[in-house]
Design a protein around this ligand. Structure first.
Ligand SMILES: [Zn+2]
Length: 136
């Protein structure tokens, strides 16, 4: 695989399982067994009730665009060939929000609240990134 010039996630004990599942093309989030709230980003303590009884569950991988912006100048040298590209906050059906991008879309088709689903982009041997596309 060629050299990847964009920033990569810093994988730690809280996030390792998330990235392992992305490699298997599964989107996982956490759920608190005490208060049932879904949690993203990954962490070891529930932000709603401080419980440590946090488990991994598979997400539907579907949601809507909560908000987005279009980058028309690259955010770094690695993004030079990508402009214009989309930076989007996705609200998954489970209610948590995830920062990502929308690929393979016409920017003029984008709007808040329209449905999207996850797709996976293997960018290095170790990292597969969850990205999103519009559901036709
Ligand atoms: Zn909780």
């Amino acid at each position: 695989m060629g050299h990847y010039e964009k920033p990569l996630p810093a994988i730690d004990n809280d996030t390792r399982y998330f990235w392992e599942q992305c490699k298997k093309e599964k989107l996982v989030i956490q759920q608190c067994e005490t208060c049932s709230n879904y949690i993203f980003y990954p962490r070891s303590i529930c932000p709603h009730c401080m419980s440590e009884q946090v488990i991994w569950v598979e997400s539907t991988g579907r949601g809507v665009i909560y908000s987005y912006t279009v980058a028309r100048r690259p955010g770094g040298p690695g993004f030079q060939d990508d402009v214009p590209y989309v930076i989007a906050l996705i609200e998954l059906n489970e209610g948590v929000r995830m920062m990502s991008t929308i690929i393979d879309c016409n920017i003029s088709d984008l709007a808040c609240d329209i449905p999207v689903e996850v797709v996976f982009d293997e960018v290095t041997d170790d990292v597969t990134l969850p990205k999103f596309k519009l559901i036709p």
